[in-house]
Design a protein around this ligand. Structure first.
Ligand SMILES: *Cc1c(COP(=O)(O)O)cnc(C)c1O
Length: 360
């Protein structure tokens, strides 16, 4: 079976973790600090504050902007549930907006319509490796939190993802572009924001018992893995680009929608997401599930790249008449096929063969 995701682990990853264990300093310490400096330098930001997960990092980023119960946070419906929970934990109201179907990213016009005097921040995920429309989103004048959990090193109109928003959040979950098992980081340029993030990250040795303070720390063991992975990130991204090219060449004759890369953008190919038009039958969801099952029986594990759009949950209490046609359509037709640096050329050929057998 070719799994949908797999971390890319090598002996140097083991060396870094073993050295950390031997040093006796295993909780947050010098390796966390070094990981923060190295990733900030790689991304082009003044500093970083590591956290226990990408979700914790999103929560810290919202806290650093002073988001609270009276505030609204705009985010796309078509994304994992992490941004929702980060906003909800602060008592803020998540305001969901639709995406652009071709890019799977926030539709800037929908964001502009959802904006109110209470909008305190926009969480901007760059989904699947493709940058969101940062130039237009930045024009809105609302603080942006770039969610780079799925995209590093990609460009949009001459800007690099992760350098535009007031804050940028990364995730080092096992299957992300750069992994530490679990983990996250918030990056920013303003010293005051970075100082606030550090204050919220730990609970002890503070002048006051500030409600909301908690333990969001990363360990030096995880940071050691993050550092050895970061050293290979350029090679990871190059291998991903090569595999994506092989897929695009191998799939161009099938009646499927291939990833769109708008002019002026580059794609980091965290995921290779196809839109399967055949699944747009009366019961789109069941068709997609059937296709995923048949591919799995052929030894290729594919997945819906987003478990469920946020507006489809019962807990979402949206405005009357609010619709999310592009998020619904993406959910009904998008599948993600295996793409990670340790995928071999033979694996790629097997994935292509299974897709041809099921979709030709
Ligand atoms: C993975 C992910 C997160 C959450 O990161 P965790 O480290 O799993 O908490 C947030 N946003 C996006 C877009 C993600 O892909």
């Amino acid at each position: 079976m070719i799994p949908h995701s797999r971390p890319s682990l090598e002996s140097e990853d083991l060396t870094g973790i073993a050295e950390t264990l031997r040093s006796g300093q295993i909780a947050q310490g010098p390796r966390v600090e070094r990981f923060e400096r190295h990733l900030a330098a790689w991304l082009g930001r003044a500093g970083g504050v590591a956290a226990s997960s990408g979700t914790a990092a999103l929560e810290l980023a919202l806290r650093a902007l002073g988001v609270g119960p009276a505030d609204e946070v705009i985010m796309p419906s078509y994304v994992c549930a992490a941004p929702w929970h980060a906003a909800a934990r602060l008592g803020a109201t998540p305001r969901l907006v639709d995406i652009s179907l071709d890019t799977f990213n926030l539709d800037p016009q929908a964001v502009a319509r959802a904006r109110t005097p209470r909008t305190r921040a926009i969480i901007v995920p760059h989904l699947f490796g493709l940058p969101a429309d940062l130039p237009h989103l930045a024009d809105l004048g609302v603080p942006l939190i770039e969610d780079c959990a799925q995209t590093l090193g990609a460009q949009v109109q001459g800007r690099t993802v992760g350098t535009v928003g007031r804050l940028t959040v990364c995730s080092f979950y096992a299957t992300k572009l750069l992994c530490a098992g679990e983990g996250g980081m918030v990056l920013a340029d303003e010293p005051e924001l970075l100082a606030r993030l550090r204050t919220w990250r730990a609970y002890d040795e503070r002048p006051a018992l500030t409600p909301g303070s908690f333990n969001y720390k990363l360990t030096d063991m995880q940071a050691a893995l993050g550092l050895s992975q970061l050293a290979r990130l350029p090679a990871f991204l190059a291998r991903r680009a090569t595999i994506a090219e092989q897929y695009s060449r191998g799939l161009k004759d099938l009646a499927v929608g291939l990833p769109v890369v708008p002019s002026g953008s580059t794609h980091a190919f965290y995921r290779y997401v196809l839109r399967v038009r055949a699944a747009k039958a009366k019961d789109g969801s069941r068709d997609l599930v059937g296709l995923l099952g048949r591919l799995e029986r052929r030894g290729v594990q594919c997945r819906r790249p987003v478990f469920r759009p946020l507006h489809q949950y019962d807990q979402y209490d949206g405005e009357a008449g609010q619709a999310f046609p592009c998020s619904d359509e993406a959910w009904a037709t998008a599948i993600s096929i295996p793409l990670y640096p340790s995928l071999t050329d033979e694996d790629v050929a097997r994935v292509l063969q299974a897709l041809h057998e099921e979709l030709a």
